[in-house]
Design a protein around this ligand. Structure first.
Ligand code: ATP
Length: 277
């Protein structure tokens, strides 16, 4: 496992210029729109190195748009995004590629390439960003599968042979392929039953602790928000309307935040009880 970490890290940008406790992602006054629709309207947010930040908001509010904006996949009308202390807009193509190797993404849709085997899926980012021998990539693939709790023989399977929970785990293994420092997860537990979702949450928490990852997680899952997130940020009308640990969200007087964390769904999950009584 150690050799694997060393191998890929040797090939990536050496600088770890953001100290623990400092913002590893810094979003400032970002405006994003499509046509005459403004989605993000002067949004600012810090993600601190080493934390799991849960990102919530109404459906269609712009959570995925913010994620894609941070990744540089959606153009901004104004504002700045810095990742690892660097403004993506000021980087050359080569510098951008170096930076991209330092994050892993698990998108909500299209988790795996259906025409590729599990092995080929996990090796996809390695082929794109690294220059490794097939034998080393195979070794890394098995290590990544192990990290996400899957047996080596899963490597030979096609995505169509896997359960929903296994697909999520393989997608996570692929997101971890380059030993990222930041993991972006877009609704990672959607579509899983509560037990599967709970196990996936535990896995994220364990990986975050053992690998020292920073995790930016879009989620609607109240259990995840309560059990694994260090802080939560809520999006409303294109801005951050509340941010802080779960206690801050439970104490928030903002109508949407209050309804979300004390509403029927929260009470059914056993949260926000004080308000319910
Ligand atoms: N490329 C695009 N062109 C035009 N509109 C877009 C584009 N991408 C997103 N949108 C619009 O931006 C809005 C926010 O979408 P987004 O997917 O970020 O919502 P979300 O908060 O992630 O929602 P959900 O929780 O349902 O996944 C939606 O109205 C969506 O239709």
């Amino acid at each position: 496992m150690q050799a694997e970490g060393e191998t890929t890290r040797n090939g990536s940008t050496a600088g770890r210029e953001v100290a623990p406790g400092e913002p590893i992602i810094r979003v400032r006054d970002v405006v994003v729109g499509f046509g005459d629709r403004i989605i993000l309207n002067g949004l600012s947010l810090d993600v601190i190195r080493g934390e799991i930040l849960g990102f919530v908001g109404a459906s269609g509010g712009g959570k995925s748009v913010l994620t894609r904006t941070i990744l540089g996949l959606v153009p901004k009308r104004s504002g700045t995004v810095e990742v690892f202390g660097q403004d993506l807009d000021t980087l050359s193509y080569a510098e951008r590629r170096q930076l991209e190797r330092r994050w892993g993404v698990l998108f909500q849709q299209g988790a795996l390439f259906s025409s590729l085997s599990v092995r080929q899926n996990i090796q996809f980012p390695m082929r794109e960003y690294l220059d490794l021998s097939p034998a080393l990539m195979d070794e890394l693939t098995i290590a990544k599968l192990e990290m996400v709790g899957l047996a080596p023989d899963v490597a030979e399977k096609a995505p169509s042979e896997l359960s929903g929970g296994m697909i999520k785990r393989v997608a996570l293994a692929r997101a971890l392929a380059l030993d990222p420092e930041i993991l972006f997860l877009d609704e990672p537990t959607s579509g899983l039953d509560p037990i599967g979702a709970g196990e996936f949450d535990d896995l994220i928490a364990t990986l975050q602790q053992t690998l020292g990852l920073t995790v930016f997680m879009v989620t609607h899952d109240l259990d995840s928000l309560h059990t694994v997130c260090d802080r939560i940020a809520a999006l409303g009308e294109g801005k951050i309307i509340a941010v802080g640990p779960i206690e801050t969200m439970l104490a928030s007087k903002h109508p949407w935040v209050s309804a979300y964390f004390h509403g029927k769904r929260a009470r059914a999950a056993g949260f926000g009880q004080e308000e319910a009584r």
